[in-house]
Design a binder for this molecule. Structure first.
Ligand SMILES: Nc1ncnc2c1ncn2[C@@H]1O[C@H](COP(=O)(O)OP(=O)(O)O)[C@@H](O)[C@H]1O
Ligand SMILES: [Mg+2]
Length: 288
């Protein structure tokens, strides 16, 4: 069976210099022949410093931006060749969660409407069905039903990220790109949101590409890791292998630079197998 997602040789450049006539004289290479796969139910962590090209990869995969060259296959289908209509269908199966949940929510919409909207648009649910599903989804991510008629400004960052997760789940996706989803949250809240993502993965067999500059977070929840430097994946492999036996000098440098005391805590939890859900492969689910 083909992987859920197969990315091959993605190249994305942006113009950086133009001549007097506006012709592009030089282009910056932001992703340079990036390739990886993601299996059903699996988390691939993409780590690297700011500017490495991680967010660009996430957006290319969902075809929010177009690559210069390369291919993205989802369930064996060519995402870059999809028609407009097929692309809309693909975007239900493949969702994205951003660092700043506030900017991804309409400030004038209640949470009930924000989460209900995709249910009406994509699944054509009637009001009562829609309300029932919104309530169930928001309760699932940890909000109380008496909070549903509030507006985004009335929630904390952690609650907003839970709401954004609920909204992403409305289309019953198989795959979510999580782009630094807890980077803006207090450390004490980060673990709660990460644990929610892990629980949802177990329940729904979700696959994640989890983009982060924070190696300890990636160690906590990724099954495999790709290390990105200046647009290039310099090393990839099973998480524990990359963390305990890094091969590339850049990976070693990143690991040596982890300043965060949480690293030890999270690493211990990761070693005990606490964090990661077991990926689902070809119909078999194993529990460790
Ligand atoms: N729309 C754009 N136009 C020009 N350059 C861009 C654009 N988007 C991203 N870049 C450049 O691409 C590089 C990688 O950006 P990004 O993917 O956001 O990195 P990361 O998420 O790893 O911090 C950066 O140098 C950034 O300036
Ligand atoms: Mg980024």
């Amino acid at each position: 069976m083909s992987p859920l997602l197969e990315v091959s040789d993605l190249v994305k450049t942006y113009p950086v210099k133009r001549n007097m006539l506006g012709r592009v004289r030089e282009r910056a290479v932001v992703t340079d022949h990036v390739s990886f796969t993601v299996e059903r139910g699996e988390t691939l962590g993409i780590v690297g410093e700011s500017g490495a090209g991680k967010s660009t990869v996430g957006r290319l995969v969902l075809r929010l931006i177009e690559p210069d060259s390369g291919s993205v296959m989802f369930e064996g289908r060519d995402v870059l060749g999809l028609s407009r209509k097929e692309l809309l269908a693909f975007r239900q199966r493949a969702q994205m969660i951003f660092q700043d949940p506030f900017s991804s929510l309409d400030p004038h919409m209640t949470i009930r409407d924000a989460v209900g909207e995709p249910l009406s648009i994509h699944r054509g649910l009637k009001r009562a069905e829609r309300d029932a599903e919104v309530t169930a989804l928001l309760e699932r991510v940890g909000l109380r039903s008496d909070q549903l008629d509030k507006y985004p400004r009335e929630f904390s960052g952690g609650q907003l990220q839970r709401i954004a997760i609920a909204r992403a789940l409305t289309t019953e996706p198989d795959f979510i790109v999580c782009d630094e989803p807890v980077a803006a949250l207090d450390v004490s809240i980060q673990a709660q949101v990460l644990n929610l993502l892990i629980d949802l993965q177990r329940e729904r067999g979700l696959a994640y590409v989890f983009v982060s500059h924070d190696l300890s977070l990636v160690r906590f929840l990724a099954h495999r890791v790709a290390v990105m430097q200046n647009g290039v994946i310099v090393e990839s492999g099973p998480t524990e292998q990359v963390f305990t036996d890094p091969q590339h000098p850049y990976t070693k440098k990143l690991l040596d630079a982890i300043p965060d005391p949480r690293a030890h805590f999270l690493a211990r939890r990761a070693e005990s197998g606490f964090g990661r859900a077991v990926p689902m492969t070809a119909g078999s689910v194993k529990e460790s």
